[in-house]
Write a protein that binds this ligand. Sequence first.
Ligand code: FE
Ligand code: CA
Length: 535
Amino acid sequence: MSHRIVHSRLSRRRLIGGAASASLALIATPAVIRATVAQSWRSGNPFSLGVASGTPRADGFVLWTRLAPEPLSDNPDTPGGMSGGDVTLRYEIATDEAMANLVRHGEATAERAFGYSLHLDLAGLEPGRPYWYRFSSGEAQSPIGRASTLPAAGTALDKLRYGYVSCSNYEHGYFSGYRHLTDENPEFVLFLGDYIYETIEENRPIVRRHSDGVEASTLPTYRNRYAQYRLDPDLARLHAQVPAIVTWDDHEVQNDYADKWSEYFDDPAQFLLRRAAAYQAFYEHMPVRPIVSHPEGPRMRVYDRFTVGDLIEISLLDGRQYRSREACYRAPNKGGGHLETNAGCPERLDPGRTMIGFDQEAWLYSNLAHSKAQWNLIAQDVLMAQLREKQDGVDSFWTDDWDGYPANRARLLRHIHDSKVANPVIASGDIHSFLANDLKLDFDDAKSPIVATEFVGTSISSYGPPYDPIVQALPDNPHIHFFESRRRGYVVVDLQRDKMQVRMRAVSDAHDPKASIETLKTYTIESGRPGVVEA
Ligand code: FE
Ligand code: CA
């Protein structure tokens, strides 16, 4: 595995090396280029995995596809059924859905070293408008996708709709939530993590099987997982229609990992090889920026900032890559999430521990300090509010979410409070439950000010945690105004200058591929007044 990744890094560096060498190559080997453009694709549809747009900015976005005529091929030498060198594709971008008014066209490269994925980072487009695009190779054409640029930073914008999602376990259910979110025409969708699950379900009911039947842990098996998810028609349509802004959580790599520490506290050097494979597969399947987010061995940058007119600035965090290892390892094999008491686990309270890493934390504070937006969203993977639970009658806290890193959370909330960040809101995933939370400087002091408001989306399909124990804990957590772990779905936000309306949308049954949708709860935050208010 490692030698494959090293090889990939080298070839990428060569590609980045400069337009001059690329055009020399074009001149030197025209026959090869022609041959790849004129592929006849007898072995299947190279665009089986569809198209995606994402990482939108005011003047551009990233367009994505990955060539895979045999999308679930598990031959490591022929990813997606592809062999041979890089493939040149033609791309077209238009201002209309019928692709009649072309504004850009050209050639772009599907890289062999990255599973024949293509990341086309476009700039110089008009702000705040939709575009349509497609790729072609020989006689094969991709579906037409829709992309859009963001309204330019600082320009007046009086409304915006976006959605956020997390935790789509293919085995646990169908992706009706993705289908209904597409139908709501959001400007973009935030993916907050657990986009795939590396695991194989062994205990609970499943509606469909991860096709290879193995836990993903290598580049071919992670690739296989993403490919299978992208074959889902509801997810494929979401990506073709709605720009994606993506971060990750644990299951893109391994349950409850933290930086170089697996949930079993395995040899970190070995785990980093697995992480490198997982991060590369994530890169290969997501519309992320090809330079900024390019994986370098086990490192890949996903945290990012998005400014949408003068209305909202989004800080998208990476809550996994830089975190301190999970507190209080319990042998055997318990380095991941578990409940700990204060007396039993002083490590959890150590002020030197970090959830997001000190560099990302400084970057976040800089964003917040410089933001001129009316609203400031922090979009990230796991529950931020404190959740005090009883274990054997003693107050306990879960070590895998922000409760595992309370000093970092306290610094963040203190910073938001002291620097008077305008209308701070937190979007979270991971816990497979809807929650509406007041975030307070001191969660245990009723008089402590509310600093920000957190709305946790539930899962698209992953099973929720047991309902009753957490409901029984709610009286000990008065800042949590709503909890529901029995429903699957997503969150849609309708934002105006003076208020944010948050709708928790729940599917009728994630085991029904034709599930209907309903609004479970609606909340409205008024500008200048943090805190949960049911509308
Ligand atoms: Fe999850
Ligand atoms: Ca998770």
